[in-house]
Ligand binder design. Structure first.
Ligand code: ADP
Ligand code: MG
Length: 321
């Protein structure tokens, strides 16, 4: 049995929006009470359309945004209670990879400076050992010492993401939250970067939370997948179960839009009505009901609670109550 590395309990991130002095401030319920756990060594993916709260979830777990409420239990400890200094030290174990490595790498610093910095900040190793670590990690991510005094703009998008990955991995963390790490890359480069992430996971015994809107990418790398809609997790299951037997009408609709692997497979496409509603005024009941092709009376009134099917497949939908 593998152990739980991270447990998220009823986590909320409500952003207050200042509307000016004439109007009352409004609240964006970007993450509105989510629960999940991540096992050590697994890849746990979070998928959903743009704006559903995936990035906010990732940033809030690392307390880059302070949670509005809820618990984040990492290796048995509720990290929402840690002081700033304790949290700063813990970040060595929890790192993030961003969609746009160009925005997350300081353009005025060389690769040497960028990669030495986390080691220095966390006061790890002697200066000589630090340099060895930098060269070692560059080689692991498919670059070399030859690149060490170059600046981020001298690299291609794929190489820059390799540097972003090196920056996260050099601290030998336990957990990496990768927020759309390949979404900005050419399709031909995406699989190279994915393969690098998989290789690193094996070599460094990493746990990943992989955030993506791309169900095709997620399928090939995840052990389990959580589907988010408007600040809530609507379905969680092992990857095969989710793709073979999606339960939530939203998951079914998302999957029906993914290109099929086998051309002779017949698939009925579900077209979702309307846009994602606003997280400032989410619909009553099940937040998906205005777009749901099979909505019932109860769906506009009562918020569904998660129910578990076939052991580990959890869904929040009145169809299954
Ligand atoms: P995703 O990553 O799934 O595209 P986000 O987590 O970025 O979604 O955003 C979720 C919701 O929260 C969106 O409605 C977005 O506009 C809003 N949001 C994100 N960050 C902030 C912020 N700092 N202040 C106010 N609203 C925000
Ligand atoms: Mg995002």
């Amino acid at each position: 049995m593998s152990e739980v590395i991270l447990k998220v309990k009823d986590l909320k991130q409500h952003y207050k929006i200042d509307q000016g002095w004439l109007k009352q401030d409004s609240v964006v319920k970007a993450v509105d009470g989510i629960d999940f756990q991540v096992m050590k060594g697994e890849t746990f993916s979070i998928v959903g359309e743009s704006g559903c709260g995936k990035s906010t979830t990732g940033r809030t777990i690392l307390r880059l945004n302070e949670p509005t409420s809820g618990e984040i239990i990492f290796e048995g400890q509720d990290i929402t209670k840690l002081s700033y200094e304790e949290m700063r030290r813990l970040r060595r174990k929890m790192q993030m990879i961003f969609q746009d490595p160009y925005a997350s790498l300081n353009p005025k610093k060389t690769i040497r400076q960028i990669l030495l910095e986390p080691l220095r900040v966390h006061n790890l190793f002697t200066p000589k050992e630090r340099l060895e670590k930098v060269i070692e990690i560059l080689e692991i991510v498919g670059l070399s010492e030859y690149h060490i005094d170059r600046y981020p703009h001298e690299f291609s998008g794929g190489q820059r993401q390799r540097i972003g990955i090196a920056k996260a991995a050099i601290l030998n963390p336990e957990l990496i939250i990768a927020d759309e790490p390949v979404s900005a890359l050419d399709v031909s480069i995406q699989s190279q970067v994915i393969n690098l992430l998989l290789k690193l996971q094996k070599e460094l015994a990493l746990t990943y939370i992989f955030i993506s809107h791309d169900l095709g990418v997620v399928r090939h790398i995840s052990d389990r997948v959580a589907v988010m809609y408007l600040g809530s997790i609507v379905e969680v299951s092992k990857t095969e179960d989710l793709y073979d037997n999606p339960l939530h009408p939203y998951t079914q609709a998302l999957l029906s839009a993914v290109p099929i692997d086998h051309p002779d497979e017949v698939k009925e496409r579900v077209i979702l009505k309307g846009d994602v509603p606003n997280a400032v005024n989410p619909p009553m009941g099940c937040t998906f009901h205005p777009r749901c092709p099979v909505a019932m009376d109860i769906c506009s009134k009562v918020q569904p609670i998660p129910t578990v099917h076939d052991g580990n497949h959890s869904v929040s939908c009145h169809l299954y109550n």
